[in-house]
Design a binder for this molecule. Sequence first.
Ligand code: NAD
Length: 299
Amino acid sequence: MAKDQTLGFIGLGNMGQPMLKRLIESGRKVVIYDTNSKALDAAEALGGLRAESSLDVAQRTKIIMLSLPSPDIVKEVVGSEKGLAHGSQVKTIIDFSTIGTRAAKFIDDLAKNQKIHYIDCPVSGGVKGAGTGTLSVMVACTKFLFEEHKSLLNIFGRPYHVGDRPGQAQSMKLANNLLSCAAVAITSEAMVMGTKAGLDPEQMLEIINVSTGKNTATEHKFPKSVLTGTFDFGFSTGLSYKDVNLCIDEAEAMGIPMFLGSTVRQMLAATKAEFGEDSDFTSLCRLVENWAQVEVRKK
Ligand code: NAD
């Protein structure tokens, strides 16, 4: 893929913004769109070329990247009357959104009907990984398409080809996010119990992180966003609830029970009810703190 080719990017939120920055820093020209004018202004300030709509992006660029919140929004952005599928230029859609296996298959079929390639390409590594180019990039498409776009995906992190069929990368991503959310839930319970017993939460994390209880919540999320009381890790409760929901739905469709996953889903549902869907998913700890009347904070 030629480096001077102009690209498209739609969805410039927590993840899209730093990913766009990396593209621009790599010397690419990028046509951008987001329904939120503040997000669009900020992306334009980074050097993005403003578009009027998703369709406008698809009239100006051949390769379009998406980082959108939900399956329904991706379906709308690609398939609606003014969707990307009706653009005169677009040839390939690279979708970084987490939307679940069935939505990815649906969008792949829709794209195929318009002779557009759809690359199922969810990412993991959070806002920090998006900014430093250290995301794990899970890719499901033909090996040929993967090789063709690998150098572009390298800008964001390490690409892994997980299968030929769009939807397979979503299965990979949902398995990862179930584990990530479960770690936040179980770490909240353990940390609240210890704090209530009179232990210093900072020292607890120090010890856990050189012991067998270590996980991504104890290593990164709790030190950054719970001990500080900032609850700002960069992944919303609404989106994490969506991911665990998608995972359980898909397991159910395959006839696989998920007892622990269902409990994590309920804890995220309770966090959403208490603090709203825009709250950070580390707010789950506040829920458990409230039950115990104690705060897991740095002294
Ligand atoms: P976000 O809500 O911060 O950003 C989404 C952006 O999409 C927003 O700016 C919003 O205005 C825009 N948008 C919504 N509807 C639109 C439409 N119809 N047309 C154009 N733009 C529209 O979400 P995020 O945290 O950046 O996550 C994006 C995707 O990446 C999600 O699927 C999420 O599950 C996944 N993800 C997030 C993280 C994370 O840590 N935040 C990590 C890995 C993957």
